[in-house]
Design a protein around this ligand. Structure first.
Ligand SMILES: *Cc1c(COP(=O)(O)O)cnc(C)c1O
Length: 369
């Protein structure tokens, strides 16, 4: 069976990881030390943001950003936040937890990401004070012009960059990386992400020093200095062990992402079955997932057929957040496109499949009818 994803590092990387872990073990410092600072600096160099804070996971990174905007008075309870309806539930949880109101917007069916024109229409409602863009599946979700118009009106734009570290847009001024597009961005280093920890980790990036100071304090019980608490904060710190591991892996980010891009390019070149809709190509995408669309009534048969040929697939995501039991009473407009996508999507192996396996999978897909 070709697994959907394997996470075991190879022997070379294992040796390097052991060395990095050893160094932290011997340092006697396990939180808020040199490894976390080094990772934060490396993240800034990677995406071009001015500052970064290492935190416990991607969900907490988002919670910290929105909580910090509330504490700083940029947002208030009851404000509406535009968020794509087709996202992972972790994009919404921090909003509803903090008393912000998600304004779910349908995707652009070409990109599967937020439809920025619909978002701009939704933002005509003056209760909308923020927009959370999600670079789903590793494709940057950004519209330079719409973003500039929203920003001019004081709308805070935050990025959920859990799936797209290293992704970028080409602009006249050079590459604009995810993590440096909005006013703040949340990163996740969940083990399956393009850069994964050996456990949970995340980060916040921003150019706004005031925001980062608030995030850092909130993540450390709300204290701005030792035993002095200015917020009723949380404990959302990054471990030194994870930071050391992540810094090591971040050095290999260009390689990791080009490997994914190469596999995506092979799928896109070889898959020709008219029943299977391939994802729109984006040269700055980092292919966290390679998602094809099947007519919904054929999706299960397609997955069973591939399983019969030794190919594991996955679904991202079978149930959109607004259809989850916990959001049964979340108000929203009808979201037929989001629901249709959830019924049609199939993710193919991308991160750990060999080139020969990718070619074999494409061949099997072409033989499906
Ligand atoms: C993984 C993910 C998160 C949450 O990150 P964790 O580190 O698992 O908490 C948030 N948003 C999106 C889009 C994700 O894929």
């Amino acid at each position: 069976m070709i697994p959907f994803l394997t996470l075991q590092p190879d022997a070379t990387e294992t040796a390097l990881l052991m060395e990095a872990i050893d160094k932290v073990v011997c340092s006697g410092r396990y939180l808020r030390g040199d490894a976390t600072s080094a990772l934060e600096e490396a993240l800034c160099r990677q995406c071009g943001a001015k500052g970064a804070v290492g935190v416990s996971n991607g969900l907490d990174a988002l919670r910290l950003i929105f909580r910090a905007y509330l504490e700083l008075g940029r947002l208030r309870k009851g404000d509406k936040v535009i968020v794509p309806a087709n996202t992972y539930i972790a994009s919404l949880l921090p909003l509803t937890e903090l008393g912000l109101v998600p304004e779910l917007v349908e995707p652009d069916t070409a990109t599967l990401n937020l439809d920025w024109h619909l978002a701009e229409k939704a933002a005509a409602d003056n209760r909308v004070k923020a927009l959370l863009t999600v670079h789903l599946f590793g494709t940057p979700s950004w519209d330079v012009e719409v973003a500039a118009r929203l920003r001019k009106r004081g709308i805070v734009i935050v990025e959920d960059n859990a799936q797209a570290i290293g992704a970028h847009l080409a602009t006249p001024h050079g590459k604009l990386f995810t993590g440096a597009m909005g006013e703040a961005a949340a990163f996740s280093f969940y083990p399956t992400k393009n850069i994964g920890a050996l456990g949970d980790s995340g980060a916040v990036t921003s150019d706004n020093a005031e925001l980062l100071t608030a995030v850092r304090a909130l993540a450390n019980y709300g204290s701005d200095r030792r035993y002095h608490n200015i917020y009723t904060g949380w404990n959302c710190r990054m471990d030194e062990l994870q930071a050391a591991i992540l810094e090591l892996r971040l050095r290999r980010l260009p390689l990791i992402n080009s490997k994914r891009r190469h596999r995506a390019a092979i799928y896109s070149a070889l898959i020709t079955n008219p029943l299977v809709r391939k994802p729109q190509w984006h040269s700055g995408a980092v292919w966290h997932q390679y998602v094809v669309l099947l007519p919904s009534e054929q999706r299960d048969a397609f997955r069973r057929y591939l399983a019969g040929r030794g190919i594991s697939t996955d679904i991202h995501y079978a149930t959109p957040p607004h259809r989850q039991p916990c959001y049964a009473s979340l108000p929203h407009e009808p979201l037929p496109l989001t629901e249709q996508l959830a019924d049609e999507c199939v993710s193919l192996p991308i991160a750990s499949a060999s080139l020969a396996e990718v070619a074999y999978i494409a061949q099997c897909i072409n033989d499906f009818n």
